[in-house]
Design a protein around this ligand. Structure first.
Ligand SMILES: [Ca+2]
Ligand SMILES: [Ca+2]
Length: 138
């Protein structure tokens, strides 16, 4: 019984740690520029690289369409970001999951933009186990 309890406690602790690392409102800002379907610039934050998705090769028609979809949804709009704490920001930006905003300026959890790109057919899931995000839970 004691072992059982401590296992439950451990599980809860791990779940809490996971929750603490994964928050939809770690950063927020207006999208200034869309580079392509999986990277864009957020005012006051910098470059964002969408986590765990893989877009079409640059220069293809699919790439153009993916970029257009991102522009329609993101350009000039406020987004909320869950930033991957584990990875360092590099030339390509910070690894993030992006959420669109509700009318009252809170993150719209039903509009995970990484997932939207995949659902719309403009990217495929490509889970990187090194980051804090788990696409199977999107
Ligand atoms: Ca995070
Ligand atoms: Ca991942």
């Amino acid at each position: 019984m004691g072992l059982r309890l401590s296992r439950t406690a451990l599980f809860l602790l791990l779940a809490l740690v996971a929750l603490a690392a994964s928050r939809p409102d770690e950063a927020s800002g207006v999208v200034l520029q869309v580079l392509d379907g999986e990277s864009f610039e957020v005012q006051g934050f910098g470059l964002v690289k969408l986590a765990d998705i893989d877009g079409p090769a640059m220069g293809t028609m699919e790439w153009v369409h993916a970029r257009e979809y991102a522009m329609e949804n993101l350009l000039g709009s406020q987004v909320f970001l869950d930033v991957d704490q584990g990875s360092e920001t590099n030339l390509y930006g910070s690894i993030c999951v992006a959420y669109l905003a509700n009318a009252n300026c809170t993150p719209n959890l039903a509009k995970n933009f990484n997932k939207m790109m995949v659902k719309a057919g403009f990217a495929r899931l490509k889970d990187d186990p090194e980051n804090e995000f788990d696409p199977s839970r999107w």
